[in-house]
Design a protein around this ligand. Structure first.
Ligand code: F6R
Length: 243
């Protein structure tokens, strides 16, 4: 595992974007695993900037997102498809047909989860998976549990995640209670993982993820067992980890 200490959110974003752009340059038809949330916004802005300057070409890139709320249509402004379209896809030359997000509107969860796993398998697997970290140590929507979830599945969101995500909705009651998410096994199959973490409120989760026991109570801790993980975190997120 390689750890990059960055000064702040902007520095973290630039470093994470650097790693993603290196992947795209080295393998123009790579498969990027993408995340939503506050963490990758600066990274996406940086990638868009480099694309606009002519330094990056996404025309052959394919993508698969980690997760999607169950029950939200793509055009709902809180859906993760909407997020991806507005914060990245529409600003770059990625072919939308090559972008994949679980279909939150498929009511048959088993069918959708199997379909999504097959989509990823048909793409040949993920080359670089970008992850954020939940305050409770979740990755994707794999919440603390008694065992590590396996492949793409439907989850009940925990109160702490609903609480953390309510800032994007009118109220906590409006936050969907379920989501489709890549499972731990799906994530661990990515050839390379980039974990981006910013802010003091993630310090404990990051400490437990990197240095605590590998336990499904801290889903991110499984990353200790992956052979190619890069962590890019700012000083605030690393405040519990001495230099
Ligand atoms: C997003 C996702 C989540 C977030 C995590 C951190 O697709 O899967 O695991 O990465 O909740 O969210 P932020 O970045 O908003 O703090």
């Amino acid at each position: 595992m390689r750890l990059y200490r960055t000064a702040d959110y902007d520095d973290m974003s630039r470093k994470a974007a650097n790693i993603i752009s290196a992947q795209v340059i080295i393998k123009p038809d790579c498969v990027l695993g993408l995340a939503t949330g506050s963490t990758p916004l600066g990274t996406y802005r940086q990638l868009i900037d480099w694309y606009k300057k002519g330094d990056l070409d996404f025309s052959e890139v394919k993508s698969a997102n980690l997760d999607e709320y169950r029950g939200l249509p793509r055009d709902n402004d809180q859906s993760y498809y909407y997020f991806m379209y507005n914060n990245l896809f529409k600003h770059i030359n990625i072919n939308l047909d090559n972008t994949n997000v679980p279909n939150g509107m498929e009511p048959d969860s088993e069918k959708e989860c199997l379909r999504y796993e097959k989509v990823i398998a048909d793409l040949g697997g993920v080359d670089l998976q970008l992850l954020g970290l939940g305050r409770n140590g979740h990755i994707g929507f794999n919440e603390p549990a008694d065992s590590f979830g396996t492949i793409t599945h439907c989850v009940d969101l925990t109160e702490s995640t609903i609480e953390a995500n309510k800032r994007f909705f009118a109220s906590a009651d409006d936050v969907p209670r379920q989501a489709y998410t890549m499972g731990i096994q799906t994530i661990m199959k990515a050839r390379k993982i980039l974990l981006a973490v910013s802010g003091e409120d993630k310090a404990e989760a990051l400490y437990n993820t990197l240095y605590g026991p590998v336990t499904p109570q801290v889903p991110g801790s499984i990353l200790q067992l992956h052979t190619d993980v890069v962590v890019v975190a700012d000083e605030a997120a690393l405040s519990r980890i001495p230099r």
